[in-house]
Design a protein around this ligand. Structure first.
Ligand SMILES: Cc1cc2nc3c(=O)[nH]c(=O)nc-3n(C[C@H](O)[C@H](O)[C@H](O)COP(=O)(O)OP(=O)(O)OC[C@H]3O[C@@H](n4cnc5c(N)ncnc54)[C@H](O)[C@@H]3O)c2cc1C
Length: 382
């Protein structure tokens, strides 16, 4: 195998590593899992990616697409070839301000995308705590979402189109299709047509429909961000009358690099939220109290809500760096609920925080209600 890998390396424009040091560096992500890959590739072009796919297919090994590698559940750990697109696939290709979308390569960092969008009054909503390094390819793979998901949901809701390479090396473009376009895609002999035909046959089957509707999470669970969203494909035309157009992107978001190798991603972007932001950091004696108080906070249209539990707070006590960021913590809370309020002026933010505090006090929830503004907001969560 080593010889075959060396032969492959010689045909690539990008870098290809077989040495132990690099393979060991790529044996982990941010999870506890560790598995040394067969090789690591840093492709320079789409042609490189196609060559690696052809090799993996012929040699019956796997590929692990990777961007920033910050996954928490071993998503980029495996014994195949790790393909790192964080170095050479970093272009923001096109912005359409009128239609509010942006087209990027998978190695664009989420916060850098938003720095680019800011002068245009736009931003990409879904976030993660790792947004200053997490990349769009990985965010699509994990269907990422963070504390602002109460407003902006997850990547899936903003993923419009992708360009991808399939397991036979063929190009595919996945996007919204009306019923006629969907049936047209099912014609032909390509792998892409095969995929459309298979899905049509699976989702047209009545027993499958019943099973999917019965077993998938309830629609009322909004933040259901893992697994293959087959139920959402079923909720689109032609499988549900009068429903939204079929779009394979619903399935690709959250598929953790298992369905296709993404090379371009088209995302919906939204107007920037109001500038003034305040964090109401409500202290509770128990987590149970904080969960009930969250229902009150949600009535005030927060832009984000996040819970810091007792365990996290404990970890910050002995940590030199983090202990400085505890300046707003009073006593020994069992939980702190951080409610982010965004409005046009600081006075408006303060007023909303006062109202939330009054409602929580009336419900006997919480014991301390500091509000952080400006630079202090950056200290929490870091
Ligand atoms: C401290 C900490 C906090 C975190 N908080 C959050 C959070 O709030 N919300 C959240 O959602 N996640 C969170 N995460 C997990 C992770 O940071 C995010 O999911 C992030 O979006 C992953 O991005 P990445 O670039 O690191 O992706 P990677 O880890 O490199 O990859 C993620 C997945 O995407 C696939 N992928 C990458 N590129 C491609 C491509 N070109 N084609 C096909 N598939 C591809 C990979 O194969 C993998 O399955 C957190 C992680 C840490 C360490």
């Amino acid at each position: 195998m080593k010889e075959k890998l060396q032969q492959l390396a010689a045909t690539l424009e990008g870098d290809f590593f077989l040495d132990n040091t690099i393979r060991t560096l790529y044996a982990t992500d941010a999870s506890v899992y560790r598995e040394v890959p067969l090789a690591v590739c840093v492709p320079k072009s789409i042609a490189d990616i196609k060559k690696i796919i052809a090799f993996a297919s012929k040699e019956n090994t796997s590929l692990i697409p990777r961007t920033a590698g910050t996954s928490l559940a071993g998503q980029v750990v495996g014994n195949g070839i790790v393909v790192d697109v964080s170095k050479n696939f970093t272009q923001i290709i096109e912005l359409n301000k009128e239609e509010k979308w942006v087209r990027v390569q998978p190695g664009v960092i989420r916060d850098e995308l938003n720095m680019f969008l800011k002068p245009h009054g736009l931003f990409f909503g879904p976030e993660t705590s790792t947004a200053n390094r997490a990349m769009i390819g990985g965010m699509v793979g994990n269907n990422s979402c963070g504390s602002n998901s109460v407003v902006y949901q997850s990547v899936r809701e903003h993923l419009l189109e992708v360009k991808a390479i399939l397991s036979d090396g063929s190009d595919a473009e996945f996007k919204a299709l009306d019923i006629e376009e969907f049936h047209n895609k099912c014609e032909g002999s390509s792998l892409e047509s095969d995929i459309y035909r298979s899905v049509r046959s699976i989702l047209s089957n009545y027993e499958n429909q019943v099973e999917i509707r019965k077993e998938f999470p309830k629609k009322t669970i909004e933040r259901r961000n893992t697994g293959y969203a087959v139920d959402l494909l079923l909720e689109s035309a032609p499988f549900s009358a009068g429903a939204v157009d079929f779009n394979f992107c619903k399935l690709i978001a959250g598929s953790e690099g298992t369905l296709a190798f993404l090379t371009e991603i088209k995302l919906n972007v939204v107007p920037l939220p109001p500038e003034e932001v305040g964090l109401l950091c409500v202290h509770f004696n128990t987590i149970d109290e904080s969960l009930r108080a969250n229902l009150i906070a949600l009535r005030y249209n927060p832009s984000a809500c996040e819970l810091i539990d007792h365990y996290i707070l404990e970890c910050t006590k002995e940590n030199k760096e983090q202990s400085r960021n505890r300046f707003f913590v009073q006593g020994d809370p069992g939980a702190i609920l951080v409610v982010e309020i965004s409005r046009e002026t600081r006075e408006e933010v303060q007023q909303v925080c006062n109202n939330i505090e009054a409602d929580m006090r009336a419900a006997k929830l919480g014991y301390h209600y500091p509000v952080l503004f400006g630079k202090d907001t950056k200290k929490y969560g870091h």
